[in-house]
Design a protein around this ligand. Structure first.
Ligand code: TYM
Length: 339
């Protein structure tokens, strides 16, 4: 049972797909906020393996990556005593609520989703129905836990909007069933760009040299940043529109060191891109070092990771099932008892 103080706390929910190496984009846009929030909120962090299979996965790799992501969550500072971390597929209410919400979501709404359009273009041989209804499963994830806020990168904003629309639509028919969640998207760092094409977001599905993995060794970090695309005018200035490459490196420094942009630009004034790149590499290496050493320790203990996920799933299930039962009752599914 939650005590009074805990119930008064707001709820945070977020998820990450176990579909490949996490990048510093995932870290800066989402993951680094997860441990910060655990001191003030009830936090629930999910490994969204059901979302991952909207793109074909190798079963052995998927199984391994779920445990790897659990290790990354813990290594980032998420404390399983304070938060719930678990695998989506271990809590069947996600799929059940998603089905129901599918019946409250319009084709036209889903057709407008840019992530669907992007992924459909990337995987033209496998435009499956799951890829299309992906945002509905995401809405189910969030609404099951009555989340007040959802920390995500800017690319998920549209999915948060449809989640809010679905929740409001449902509430307007059946009464106050769902909390309508707010997105938590920071100003700087919510869209880390590709190192090779800074007009596109950094993505784990792009070629290696476009992104920095959370597990990249320092020399790989330096090599990739050294080759990052900048521009030819040589001035260090934060101007995402005209100087996307330089601005991307500046944002990475600012978010990872906590220094504000003006201070960094002041310090870098008159210096060259080589200095900017060295400074970026130093910031990335310093931020990743503690995470990587914790990760190495944790990934060696698979049993601990699995136990943590299973006990997380039990706690998640007890919250999720309450919302699911309420929804089922509201829409008129057969009762489970006549009392
Ligand atoms: P996923 O796994 O693609 O990404 C995980 C998180 O990382 C953020 N992100 C970025 N942030 C800044 N710059 C980037 N280049 C960058 N790339 C990724 C994403 O915005 C995300 O916050 N649909 C979600 C997973 C999900 C979810 C949820 C999230 C499923 N259910 C419920 C929140 C709540 C996704 O694909 O994230």
């Amino acid at each position: 049972m939650m005590d009074k103080q805990e119930t008064a706390k707001k709820t945070i929910f977020s998820g990450i797909q176990p579909s490949g190496t996490l990048t510093i984009g995932n870290y800066i846009g989402a993951l680094r906020h997860f441990p910060e929030l655990q001191e003030t909120y009830n936090c629930i962090y999910c490994i969204v393996d059901e979302h991952a299979i909207t793109v074909r996965q190798n079963p052995a790799d998927l199984r391994r990556r779920c445990l790897e992501l659990a290790a990354v969550y813990l290594a980032s500072g998420i404390d399983p005593e304070k938060c719930i971390i678990y695998c989506q597929s271990h809590v069947s209410a996600h799929a059940e609520l998603a089905w129901i919400l599918n019946c409250f979501t319009y084709m036209g709404e889903l057709q407008r989703m840019t992530q669907f359009k992007d992924k459909a273009a990337k995987h033209a041989d496998n435009i499956n129905a799951g890829l299309f209804t992906y945002p509905v499963l995401m809405a189910a994830d969030i609404l099951l836990y009555q989340a007040d806020a959802v920390p995500v990168g800017a690319d998920q904003k549209q999915h948060l909007e449809i989640t809010r629309d679905i929740a409001q639509r449902f509430n307007s028919i059946y009464g106050d069933v769902f909390t309508v969640p707010e997105p938590l998207i920071t100003k700087v760092g919510s869209r880390v760009m590709s190192l090779q094409d800074p007009t596109r977001k950094m993505s784990k599905s792009d070629p290696e040299e476009c992104f920095i993995s959370l597990l990249d060794e320092p020399d790989a970090v330096r090599r990739k940043i050294k080759r990052a695309m900048t521009d030819s005018d040589g001035e260090i200035r934060f101007d995402p529109e005209n100087k996307p490459g330089v601005s991307n490196l500046l944002s990475i420094i600012s978010t990872l060191t906590g220094e504000d942009m003006e201070t960094i630009c002041g310090e870098m004034a008159g210096k060259g891109y080589g200095d900017l790149k060295n400074r970026t590499s130093d910031a990335v290496i310093a931020a990743l070092e503690p995470l990587q050493s914790e990760y190495k320790r944790l990934i060696a203990d698979k049993q601990y990771l699995l136990d943590t996920l299973l006990s997380g799933a039990e706690k998640a299930n007890s919250i999720a099932i309450r919302t699911l039962r309420k929804v089922q009752k509201k829409i008129g599914f057969a009762p489970r008892s006549l009392k």
